[in-house]
Design a protein around this ligand. Sequence first.
Ligand code: SF4
Length: 305
Amino acid sequence: MTIGIPRALLYYKNEKLWTKFFDELGINYIISPETNKEIIENGSKYAIDETCLPIKIFLGHIDYLKDKCDCIFIPRIESDQDRETCLNFRAQYDLVKNTFRNYNLKILFYNDSGHKPQKESKAYKKLCKFLHIKKSLGKYAYYIAKQTQMYYEFFRSENQEKVLKDTKKIKVLLLAHAYNIGDKYVGEPIVNMLEKLNVQPIIAEYFDRKKCIKASKAVSKTLPWSYNQHLLGALELYKDVVDGVILITTYPCGPDSMCDEMIVRQYKDVPIITLTIDAQDATAGIETRLESFVDILNFKRNGKK
Ligand code: SF4
């Protein structure tokens, strides 16, 4: 059996957990390629206009995988820490099932719901039962995979803290969801443009999740979505050590539009710009806006370009 893993949405938050889990169990898998124009165009054909870009991208990756594997891995993740995720993460299983109903797709999933800390391990236990994997083997594979993901996140966070401390360059904090900042089509071009401008991009998503979520409570105790809490908390923690902030959002995103509005009102003294990426224009025209923003940051820091 070969499992298809779409390189989209929560793959960017769980890459090590998912791949190590299947590696430990000796299960074959393929991961769809980096997002490209064709994947987006194909995904857009399946989606209605109001669908956000990451979901269109996700559908494009499903389209790529649909005849290349025996089943597609689409977990349903309802909450993270003590908050909800965007409704799209609960709906993705049903969305794919219905959208691709003519292809008789087989879907492999785990259902991570509720707020209890052990909910994820229980969801993996059920997944192993479904795969007819011995309980002890499944438990061990989950344990190793979880540790791998945790170490990966820990070292990524430590590394970024070090860069933040050591660099003399202009530092810009990028507030973007994992599946946006990690995507070849959405986030990567922005990171590359900043590096070309001799700016150090600091990725909010890479900072310690628990620490950030805790810090976000000083700004809002009621923000409903945990992934936005993570980004907001990173801004709260690091606002005084970066030169500016870029809010990267994909059109049309309900959680981001509410959260970004709050950020702009709340952090009036921090230089902030918002970049909205959509399926048509992608990052076209963004370079000029970035150059102007970096000029302002340089001027603010040095009094000259
Ligand atoms: S948070 Fe926004 S971009 Fe992400 S899936 Fe939900 S609507 Fe789409």
